[in-house]
Design a protein around this ligand. Sequence first.
Ligand SMILES: NC(=O)C1=CN([C@@H]2O[C@H](COP(=O)(O)OP(=O)(O)OC[C@H]3O[C@@H](n4cnc5c(N)ncnc54)[C@H](O)[C@@H]3O)[C@@H](O)[C@H]2O)C=CC1
Ligand SMILES: O=C(O)[C@H]1OC(=O)[C@H](O)[C@@H](O)[C@@H]1O
Length: 276
Amino acid sequence: MKRVAMTGAAGRVGTLLRPLLRSHVEHLSLIDLQEPDGLGENENFVKADLTMLDEATAALKDIDGVVHLAGIASGTDMNAILHANVLGTYNLYEAARINKVQRVVYASSNHATGFYPRGQLVSPLDPMRPDSPYGLSKCWGELVAGLYYDTSGIRSLSIRIGNAGTYPNSERSIAIWISARDLAQLVRIGLSHPLIAATVVYGVSDTEEMWWENDLATRLGYQPQDRPRDHALIEEGSEGPVALAFQGGGFCEINHDGTIRMRDADGLAKSPETVE
Ligand SMILES: NC(=O)C1=CN([C@@H]2O[C@H](COP(=O)(O)OP(=O)(O)OC[C@H]3O[C@@H](n4cnc5c(N)ncnc54)[C@H](O)[C@@H]3O)[C@@H](O)[C@H]2O)C=CC1
Ligand SMILES: O=C(O)[C@H]1OC(=O)[C@H](O)[C@@H](O)[C@@H]1O
């Protein structure tokens, strides 16, 4: 891939990924509201607000592929999420179509399926089960990716990133953490694999506590190098019963009434357990 753009490049994930990606591309164009630190020789900064279609379109001129990280990375402010994640991601794809960009790697999230119970192995083909307004916006992004493959042939890999912090800091993050180099490997697969159409995988390192059936990532050549437990630094902090029951953890507690409800694959209720 020659000219790659990274949206949200000034953020936490972008900062971790940039040094691992820029040596694999001819040029890395860093799109954000704010300038990222320490531009490399083959990097440039493009200030653009993706909620504005004209700015997104100008930012993707002469770009071959995009790593789309920009947005609100958590939270409950639906208005902010609606702008940055819902409209921002739509504009990103519209700008890609206008500029004939062929590839997008989309930073989706485990919170697209956060309401699956921790004991259940979930595949990218299982129905979405968002755990929050943020999780809903990630489902939207994956659906936008599908629409733009069907209408315009833009190939997308949506990576449902688990936790991309610098190290796993809880038992939950040991199950879902992905190292920067493993995420960079998946991103490179997303930018280049010929079979990708509108494809969804989980972004997780070589964890022992696998919550996700990630055979599709393996089929695409993903070979994670890092084991989360080897990098863990557990910090104090306790999760309540709702957070502990579900994969999305604390995000599941947002507006939750405390009654743990399980549903089966047909959408029928399993007998509920109640927590005080
Ligand atoms: N950090 C994590 O563990 C995970 C992150 N993700 C996803 O990865 C992506 C990056 O996450 P982080 O780096 O942690 O977030 P972050 O909040 O550190 O960075 C997001 C960046 O997007 C930029 N941005 C926001 N709105 C924008 C707009 N309208 N136009 C242009 N740029 C805009 C911000 O200025 C910021 O630099 C997000 O989409 C997030 O949902 C998914 C799962 C886990
Ligand atoms: O679930 C998690 O741990 C992570 O998931 C995400 O999607 C968020 O962007 C990040 O802020 C969380 O820390």
